[in-house]
Design a protein around this ligand. Structure first.
Ligand code: PHE
Length: 469
């Protein structure tokens, strides 16, 4: 049995908390509602839930298993496990794919988390009290146009992330998440109470839960012709990876600090369950507010920043709850961003002999610089759409493309390779031993899903989205 040089979680619970901290973040509260709004609602949600169940959960188990077996950064874990299975050490490139994906995601994640941070102060100073939808929309628009302001909040958030990463993930994280996740959940339930009292609660719920596959799969092109596309299905699948932090080594590296006796299956169910709950509640809060105020569900990345302030501006105690909400959202983003960069930092410590402090600073600065692309995508570069010649990407800014590349291509690809490695390359006695749940039905189901269903599903969705089949 190997030991990690980076230490270990104090218990299974510490891991559950940290991994939940990684999973629950902007993906649940910011991204899930806006992509659901852009892709027609209920059917999109259904596909996303299906992907969580048959792809996300099995892959999460596989990632934790590989991490705990290798007990190193994903790059070195893959290298070690491949050799152990008598295979080519080039599997380490799977680790690299994840490191690059994590880096790219953090570069934009930090910018959006910066928005949340900025909104803490806006809400606290009563900016939204009694504001109209138009007023709130123009506050958001002016904010995005203000390059320096976006840079300032992006900087602040990146510095916050690096401070925690430098000190090691185990220490403060455990305590922070233990208190944070329940608080975030409580405040979302309070918001749900507000949403229930709007005139459009029913309409919001219907949008979210009534599947309309036509709205998912068809769109009208410039000539008014109706066309079919699987791109939204790919987005739903990509989001299942994104929201559970899968396919890039974050959960693998956290798994490498997991005590040997913890049950991987139970742990996975807890994490995936909590993550899904938060996303669904977020949707149930946002869409009633959208419809009650005649807003556009498909209005894009600004959706929560244009809807939630309305609730805070009109509900009793809105300044207090609103401020608290954005603080908690920032925290949720914080505990996710730490895990995005941990695979890279762990590798620098292992292979480049750096201390954590130096590794974090190096990665932080590089990631901050790269993040400027996202900052500019919302203002001075908002007209730059490099892939305009392809219909799917026509209006996509550099930020949109980064998001698409990472969430919809790199993460599912990483997940596909993780699935293949876990059951086709790694010896079965190794996975039985590490998953530690015997060879009964649960193991058999897992094995079947990871061996056939997950890879086939990912490949079909990929091929359909690029219209090969
Ligand atoms: N799961 C996080 C969220 O939903 C984002 C994330 C993706 C974190 C990949 C780590 C790895 O916000």
């Amino acid at each position: 049995m190997r030991e990690s040089i980076h230490g270990q979680w104090s218990s299974r619970w510490a891991f559950v908390l940290a991994a939940t901290g990684s999973a629950v973040g902007l993906g649940n509260i910011w991204k899930f509602p806006y992509i659901t709004g852009e892709n027609g609602g209920g059917a999109f949600v259904l596909v996303y839930l299906l992907c969580i169940a048959i792809i996300g959960i099995p892959i999460m188990m596989a990632e934790i298993m590989l991490g705990r077996r290798g007990r190193q950064s994903p790059i070195n874990t893959m290298h070690t496990l491949a050799i152990e299975a008598g295979h080519n050490p080039h599997w380490k490139w799977l680790g690299w794919l994840g490191v690059v994906a994590g880096f790219l995601i953090l570069s934009y994640y930090s910018v959006i988390a910066g928005w949340a941070l900025a909104y803490v102060f806006r809400t606290a100073t009563g900016t939204f009290t009694n504001a109209t939808p138009d007023g709130i929309g123009s506050i958001f628009g002016n904010f995005l146009a203000d390059t320096e302001s976006l840079m300032f909040w992006h900087t602040l958030f990146m510095v916050m992330t690096m401070i925690v990463v430098a000190r090691g993930v185990a220490g403060g994280l455990e305590k922070a998440v233990k208190f944070l996740m329940p608080s975030l959940f409580i405040i979302m339930i309070i918001l749900l109470g507000y949403a229930m009292n709007t005139a459009a609660f029913g309409a919001g719920i219907e949008f979210l839960f009534k599947p309309d596959f036509h709205a998912l799969l068809y769109y009208t092109d410039d000539f008014g012709v109706e066309r079919m596309s699987w791109n939204p299905v790919l987005i739903a699948m990509g989001h299942a990876f994104f929201t559970l932090s899968l396919g890039m080594g974050a959960i693998m590296v956290y798994g490498s600090y997991l005590p040997q006796d913890a049950s991987i299956a139970k742990t996975t169910f807890l994490i995936a369950g909590a993550d899904t709950m938060v996303a669904l509640v977020a949707g149930m809060v946002i869409f009633p507010i959208v419809f009650a105020n005649g807003l556009e569900p498909g209005s894009g990345p600004g959706l929560i920043f244009q809807t939630l302030p309305l609730a805070f501006g009109h509900m009793p105690g809105g300044v207090f709850f609103g401020t608290l909400f954005f603080i908690l959202l920032t925290f949720a983003a914080w505990t996710s961003s730490i895990s995005l960069i941990e695979p890279a930092v762990a590798w620098l410590v292992e292979n480049r002999n750096m201390d954590r402090m130096k590794a974090s600073v190096v990665m932080g600065i590089a990631c901050w610089l790269f993040g400027l692309i996202t900052v500019f995508s919302f203002n001075i570069w908002s007209d730059i759409t490099p892939l305009y010649m392809f219909e799917t990407f026509r209006d996509k800014t550099l930020f949109d493309l980064l998001d698409y590349l990472t969430a919809n291509i790199m993460l599912p690809l990483g997940g596909l390779l993780i699935a293949i490695f876990s059951v086709w390359i790694m010896h079965e006695d190794a996975s039985v031993d590490e998953l530690n749940m015997g060879e009964g039905l649960t193991y058999q189901i897992w094995h079947f899903l990871v061996r056939y269903i997950t890879p086939i599903a990912v490949i079909i969705v990929f091929l359909r989205a690029i219209k090969v089949i």
